[in-house]
Design a protein around this ligand. Structure first.
Ligand code: PLP
Length: 395
């Protein structure tokens, strides 16, 4: 009577949600301050003040139709123009408003882009560790997702494995840097050789291979680390952006798709994106928040709070004997489980009220994700619990 696929998707709860729900229950029993909940990537740093000021100003100065009415399907012209100009200014590209399609966050940027590209028998490739929703997004578009095994030495892209995995059916490659769950940023060296390989394979297969760059964490980088802008290295690029993390607005559902003006048949690509947005029933991105991001286009939440958390947590864990890549971005730490089975390790961690997520769901067993988008006080308070957990394995 119902779609079997959808029923199964709706009934199988995500591991992350399950752990978070356990955390909420535990908080009512022992107090929120005594639960070290590192499960969910919900930004704890408030949206910058300029977001609040802009909302108030818009509410006081703009008519109701412009504020709350439908916008055109790809988004308001002035908003798309401002975003295109901002990207050009920061990354030296040549985008126009006709390369920008406003969306309800990265998830819809991805579903729309994947649907726009997919024809029968198409395959998409991604690299573990990866955001598990990619499987749902790709399969619901009717394509297949090939997940390549992780490079657990550097957490970069293993080009040899990639070369062997690309086939004439490959329509696109989904990359995510800064990465959820590892926090790793792909270096310029990695991106350059990756793009050379993709271009070589495009030539060999005689058709484009689109790089879909999933970038909700682009602005969350620490120190002098730079995140290469893919359009400067490859022609066939679609950037899936979101303000969920950069402006701490995940509940407002606002982001965009940027297509490369140099992509093959770029106008047709944009038409396919408009068609996919229509078929998926998005109608238009939230109009009020389109106008908010126009006015806050280069603002970010206070990233220094995440950087401080990273330093305290990473250095603290390293001293206790935990191992993992030092994250250059996002707000996740990905450490080796202290026993082979990360699920069993996460169960043991619960004894110390530590809520961690096993890496299995991200395609990287033997690791755990720690989302440090929590208060610095909570990080500091959690360190003795991590120490007690580590001690259990030293006996
Ligand atoms: N892609 C990655 C890698 C993510 O981590 C997330 C959310 O956490 C998303 C996409 C979806 O982001 P949004 O809230 O903008 O839809």
């Amino acid at each position: 009577m119902f779609s079997e696929k959808m029923t199964s998707l709706g009934s199988n709860r995500s591991v992350i949600r399950e752990i978070a729900e356990y955390g909420w229950k535990r908080a009512t029993e022992i107090g929120r301050e005594n639960v070290f909940d590192f499960s969910i990537g919900n930004p704890n740093v408030p949206a910058p003040e300029i977001v609040k000021e802009t909302i108030i100003e818009l509410l006081n100065s703009t008519d109701s139709m412009t504020l709350h009415g439908y916008s055109s399907a790809p988004g308001m012209l002035c908003v798309r123009k401002t975003i295109a100009e901002s990207i050009n200014r920061r990354f030296g590209t040549n985008l126009t408003l006709n390369n920008i399609y406003m969306t309800s966050g990265a998830a819809s940027s991805l579903t729309i882009s994947i649907k726009a590209l997919t024809e029968d028998d198409d395959e998409f490739v991604t690299f573990a560790p990866y955001f598990p929703e990619y499987t749902t997004f790709v399969e619901s578009a009717g394509a297949k997702l090939k997940v390549l095994p992780p490079d657990t030495v550097n957490f970069q892209i293993d080009l040899d494995i990639l070369e062997k995995s690309l086939t004439p059916q490959t329509k696109g490659i989904i990359i995510n840097s800064p990465n959820n769950p590892s926090g790793v940023v792909y270096s310029e060296e990695t991106i350059k050789s990756f793009c050379v390989l993709v271009a070589k394979k495009e030539k060999e297969f005689g058709h484009p291979i689109f790089i879909i760059s999933d970038e909700p964490y682009r602005e969350l980088v620490y120190g002098n680390v730079k995140v290469p802008y893919l359009m400067n290295y490859h022609k066939n690029v679609i950037v899936c952006y979101s303000y969920s993390k950069s402006l701490s607005l995940p509940g407002e559902r606002i982001g965009y798709i940027a297509t490369s003006p140099e992509a093959e048949q770029s106008q047709t690509l944009f038409a396919a994106i408009c068609g996919a947005g229509r078929a998926l029933g998005y109608v238009c991105a939230p109009t009020l928040f389109q106008q908010v991001v126009e006015k806050c286009v280069e603002a970010t939440a206070d990233i220094s709070i995440y950087e401080r958390n990273r330093e305290i947590l990473y250095n603290g864990l390293l001293e206790m004997g935990y191992e993992g890549p030092k994250p250059d971005g996002a707000f996740y730490l990905f450490v080796k489980s202290l026993e082979e089975d990360a699920n069993a390790f996460c169960e043991k961690a619960k004894k110390y009220e530590l809520l961690l997520v096993p890496g299995d769901g991200f395609g990287c067993p033997g690791y755990v994700r720690i989302a440090y988008c929590v208060t610095t006080k909570q990080i500091e308070k959690s360190l003795p619990a991590f120490a007690k957990l580590a001690k259990e394995y030293k006996k």
